[in-house]
Design a binder for this molecule. Sequence first.
Ligand code: G16
Length: 562
Amino acid sequence: MSLTSVVIPTTPFEGQKPGTSGLRKKVKVFMEKNYTENFVQCILDALGDKLKGATLIVGGDGRYFSKQAINIIIRIAAANGVAKLIIGQRGILSTPAVSSLIRTHKVLGGIVLTASHNPGGIRNDFGIKFNIENGGPAPDSFTDAVYELTKKISQYKFTPDLDCEFSQTGTQTFEVDGRQFVVEVIDSSDDYVTLMKEIFDFGKLKELIRGDGSRPPFNVLIDSMNGVTGVYVTRIFVEELGASPDNNVRRIIPLDNFGEIHPDPNLTYAKDLVDKVKDDTTYDLGAAFDGDGDRNMIIGKHAFFVTPSDSLAVIANNLDCIPYFKSKGVHGFARSMPTAAAVDRVAAKLGKEMFEVPTGWKYFGNLMDAGRLSLCGEESFGTGSDHIREKDGIWAVLAWLSIIAHKNMSVEDILTEHWKTYGRNYFTRYDYEECDSDDANKMMAHLEHTIADGAFVGKTFTAEGKTYKVKQADNFSYVDPIDKSFTKNQGIRVLFDDGSRVIFRLSGTGSSGATVRLYIDSYEKDNVTCSAQTMLKPLINVALDISQLKKFTGREQPTVIT
Ligand code: G16
């Protein structure tokens, strides 16, 4: 049957400005008449002439409203001359899997339906982001263009009678306006599993998890937090590596409301996992992922916590345990600005280039494409390499298991050995979620004003008997070394003369209100086994003093401490 597209008049919505990683709003906002349609049309318009005849990947973490959004995308894409959509079965694709598929199939890009670690369900969040040809999140220049289009959109193209099933794999062909339009529904995990098998030695990992003649099974507890990784965890950990479906994995069925939990792998929202690993001392490693599978948290026996900054440094120091890097070689390392500088010390020792970029995975892409970056990470529980252009939760756990298999050491011993070699960057992050936006903006303005005072550099602050002298203070900006694009206002940094730092930023991933993030980082050469909260207390008090955070936000305590 030949289908005909129509043009539907619409009017702009305010606030369709993508944040750190795509547009994230309450589900009810996306459900408003034409809201999703407008945004999807603007993404396609921003692609310009390249769109006609192109192929796009579509999928996401399966959260509430995903199926409706995919139906909208199918009908708009067909009407706009897209030749083919490759969709994950039931709309399910993790964010790393989308990145991999874009690269494997060499297509124009992908539309990812997720609000990542934000809660899902009808009362919570939905999100849409676009990933470009290299597999990575679209750069600011693209998302800015989309935003400009959303402010003046007056119509979108739609194929109302196009009904397309995506619950089963297979290829469907339609004729729309006399052109062929193909939808290929693929298995959600095949491509990703193949990629992981190319990167890691699955035989060795299986021996670790199942045990062999020389050592007992290494007991893991992998927690998908009811998010999309359940599909991949089942394939990789249970079917390929022989983990027990009863004892080694949990919450592996993706639910559209994540079972009413906050699918964010940190010590607060993954406390359940932390408690289990603490209580059951047979567990050697626990790991959790977020809703769309790009974040990860690693804990060792007795729930020994590995900060994401340390995780990155340890992986950097042990890349020779991973076959992929042995064959491809190791180029530079990178981290986002608020991430503690532990990896910088590894880069210095190994003689690798080191980059410090703004918060957001999109800032790593150009460096990887230019062959200057192999491994990078962020304090926000993101770790990944140039195998794709997104951070990758499952990859990070497989990297850790490869290191453990190679060194035959516990997570804690690996960390302790690392700190003895390099010293330790003590790090903590305080999040003050859902603050009033005006209050948060006033606090940031106060900080801008404070650091602009010529007398601020050189000033001293004392808390609990420790004195810190300001060496440098700025609002972080970045010039991309490859395309020279300039990004400013990326967070207020106060650097002290002993190497400690405090950083203030507003989150770019929330859907309402403002989240203030306070990052604290301090380096110790020898004193490496203290509690981070004790060690950093004076610096935290200095940060609260400089920012006047309690006065501006009315908050006595953070909502999340990492
Ligand atoms: C997203 C980006 C990350 C970034 C994080 C920061 O994470 O992909 O690169 O570090 O946001 O979040 P915020 O702006 O809230 O500090 P995700 O996992 O939400 O896609």
